[in-house]
Ligand binder design. Structure first.
Ligand code: SF4
Length: 380
C-alpha cells in the first residue's frame, strides 16, 4: 500500500462505486456487472483505503459516482454512506451528491440518502424515449421518469438529470422532445453528453460490424446547439461544456476539478489530485480488491506534474468552464502572467474566432464551444 499518510489539504472527496446490474453497450467505466457478491469485499477495501488519510476531516463536497452507487442493496448502501460521512463529514452548506439509476429510487432508498445527508441527486435518465433507452440498454421506461423525479424532489429538491444525445437513430425532433420532458420535471441542473464510441465497448464492436451507425456530425452539432439555446431560454446557465444549472446550482464538486483544487478519490479506477500529484487506482475491480486485501498498493499511476505541465493542464481543464480562465486566477495559482505564458496560442485562437480575450480572461467563443476539444488541445 502507498504507506504515506496524506496531508489533508483537500475539501472534495470522490467515491467510486463499481457495480451495475448490466454493462450498457456504450459504457467503458470501471465497474463489474452481475458481481454483487463482491460488494462486502469492496466496502472493506474502501474503508481500508480511506484510512490513509487523517480523519475525521470536514469537507465541502462528497460525490458518489460509478458504476451505479444506488445499485447497492439498501443495507450496504447505508453502510457505505455512513462509513464515508463519518470519516469525511460535510461542512455546513456543503454538497453531497450521488449518481442514481432511476429504477433504484424507491421511497426507502431516498430515505436512506436523505438521512445520510445527501442533498443532490444526479439521475441517469439519458432519454425519455423507449426506443433510444433500448438502444442504450437502460432498464427504465421514459414514462416512469417524471414520477421518480417528483418522488426524489419531495425529499431532496436538488436533482440533476443526465441526458445523452447523438444516439444512433435519434432525430433532432427526438432530442427536442427529451429536452422538453426533462425541463418539465423541474430539475435544478442538467448534464447533456454527446454519445461517444469508446474503444473496447460493445457499441464500437457493433459499429465495426455495421450494426450501429454513428449519427452525422452536423446533426450532433445541431443537437448540442439546441440544448444550449433551449436550456438558456429556460433560465439555465451554460457554465461548463456539458453542464447547465439554475442560478446557485452549479455542481460544486465538479467545479473543484475544473478549478484545479485538490481532491481525494477512493475505489477502483478513482483518480485523486493531492499536492500536485495525480494518482490513479487500478481499473481492475478484482485487482483493487485483492491488492487492498494483501496490503499492497492499488495505485496504478502516479504523476507529479511539472509546473509547465500543470499550467497547460489547468488551461485544458479550466477552459471547459464557459467563464473561461481568469488572468488573476492563473497568476494566483502559478505566479505567472497567462497572456505571456500562452501569448502565441491565445492570439492564434482569437484570430480564428475560437477564443475571446478581454482585460480579465480568456474563454471559448460560441464557435469555440463546438470545437472545444481542438481548442483546448492547443494548450497541451
Ligand atoms: S448504468 Fe451507467 S455506469 Fe452502469 S453500465 Fe450503464 S452507463 Fe455504465
Amino acid at each position: 500500500m502507498d504507506s504515506m499518510t496524506h496531508t489533508n489539504n483537500f475539501q472534495s472527496v470522490y467515491i467510486h462505486v463499481p457495480f451495475c446490474r448490466h454493462r450498457c453497450g456504450y459504457c467503458d467505466f470501471t465497474l463489474v456487472a452481475g458481481r454483487d457478491d463482491l460488494i462486502p469485499r469492496y466496502l472493506a477495501a474502501l474503508e481500508r483505503e480511506m484510512q490513509a488519510h487523517d480523519q475525521p476531516l470536514v469537507v465541502q463536497t462528497v460525490f458518489f459516482g460509478g458504476g451505479t452507487p444506488t445499485h447497492l442493496p439498501i443495507v450496504e448502501l447505508e453502510q457505505l454512506l455512513k462509513m464515508v460521512t463519518r470519516r469525511f463529514p460535510l461542512a455546513d452548506g456543503g454538497e453531497f451528491s450521488i449518481e442514481a439509476n432511476p429504477l433504484d429510487m424507491t421511497e426507502e432508498v431516498i430515505d436512506v440518502l436523505h438521512s445520510a445527508g445527501c442533498n443532490r441527486v444526479s439521475l441517469g435518465v439519458q432519454s425519455f424515449q423507449n426506443k433510444h433507452l433500448q438502444t442504450l440498454e437502460r432498464d427504465h421506461q421514459g414514462g416512469e421518469i417524471p414520477e421518480i423525479v417528483q418522488r426524489i424532489r419531495a425529499r431532496i429538491p436538488n436533482v440533476s438529470l443526465d441526458l445523452i444525445f447523438g444516439v444512433p437513430g435519434q432525430t433532432l425532433v427526438d432530442w427536442e422532445y427529451d429536452l422538453e420532458q426533462a425541463l418539465a420535471c423541474g430539475p435544478t441542473h442538467l448534464s447533456t453528453y454527446g454519445l461517444t464510441f469508446e474503444e473496447g465497448t460493445a457499441f464500437t464492436t457493433r459499429k465495426r460490424r455495421g450494426q450501429l451507425t454513428e449519427i452525422d456530425e452536423a446533426l450532433e452539432r445541431e443537437m448540442y446547439a439546441l440544448a444550449i439555446k433551449r436550456l438558456q431560454e429556460e433560465g439555465f446557465e451554460h457554465y461548463e461544456l456539458s453542464n447547465f444549472a439554475r442560478p446557485g446550482y452549479q455542481c460544486q464538486h465538479n467545479l473543484a476539478y475544473w478549478n484545479g483544487s485538490p481532491y481525494a478519490a477512493f475505489g477502483p479506477g478513482a483518480a485523486s489530485y493531492l499536492q500536485g500529484t495525480r494518482r490513479t487506482n487500478t481499473r481492475s475491480v478484482l485487482g483493487y480488491l485483492s491488492r487492498m486485501e494483501q496490503g499492497a498498493s492499488v495505485i496504478a499511476e502516479a504523476e507529479t506534474l511539472e509546473k509547465e505541465h500543470a499550467m497547460r493542464e489547468a488551461l485544458y481543464v479550466g477552459l471547459r468552464r464557459l467563464s473561461g480562465m481568469d488572468y488573476a486566477e492563473f497568476q494566483h495559482r502559478f505566479g505567472i502572467d497567462l497572456q505571456e505564458f500562452a501569448a502565441e496560442t491565445i492570439q492564434r485562437l482569437v484570430r480564428q474566432g475560437l477564443l475571446a480575450a478581454d482585460e480579465k480572461r480568456i474563454r471559448l467563443t460560441s464557435e469555440g464551444i463546438f470545437l472545444a476539444n481542438r481548442v483546448m488541445a492547443e494548450f497541451l
